[in-house]
Design a protein around this ligand. Sequence first.
Ligand code: IMP
Ligand code: MG
Length: 180
Amino acid sequence: MGEAHTDIKETITPYLSAEKIAARVAEIAAEIDRDFAGKHVTLLGTLRGAIMFLADLARAITLPVTLEFIKVSSYGGQSESNGEVQLDFPFQMDLKGQNVIIVEDIVDMGYTARWLREYLQSFDPADLRLCTLLDKPDRRKVPVKIDYMGFSIPDEFVVGYGLDFAQRHRNLPYVGILKG
Ligand code: IMP
Ligand code: MG
């Protein structure tokens, strides 16, 4: 970091404004409120990318909500997965009988989401759904069922609103396309 930053020639082109994201988050929260009316939901966010989305979504949902987190990573480079997923940080709660909504930043090739669905299903939740802010369907390698989706985006590398490149840009309030 520090001086190394001067060597980085990146441009970030705004793609989804903070306002547009907030409007979509409110719509998804309303869908969840309707689908789970009278019930309690557990939002299980994936660290670190989903934290902004999870924080906004949780505040827009009016049902009783529990927050839980899991951290997984895929082997391979910074922007490419080779399909192998490892659990870095397990969740603590008993998910048995809970209405669990996995909250993801982005479904890209689909390996991470597929792994999460299979892994979490083994804890016997009453309901298990997947909510992702972004979906890059053109990149999919394995099919993934997505229950709630913010935006379907083209095959571009995006950063901001939680998403990173080499741990940078997560704090941008909008989502932008990164060119390096
Ligand atoms: P998948 O297993 O290929 O679906 O990869 C999902 C993970 O790859 C996400 O949770 C992100 O951490 C990362 N990822 C994929 N595409 C992007 C992107 O455009 N920007 C930032 N991270 C991405
Ligand atoms: Mg990442």
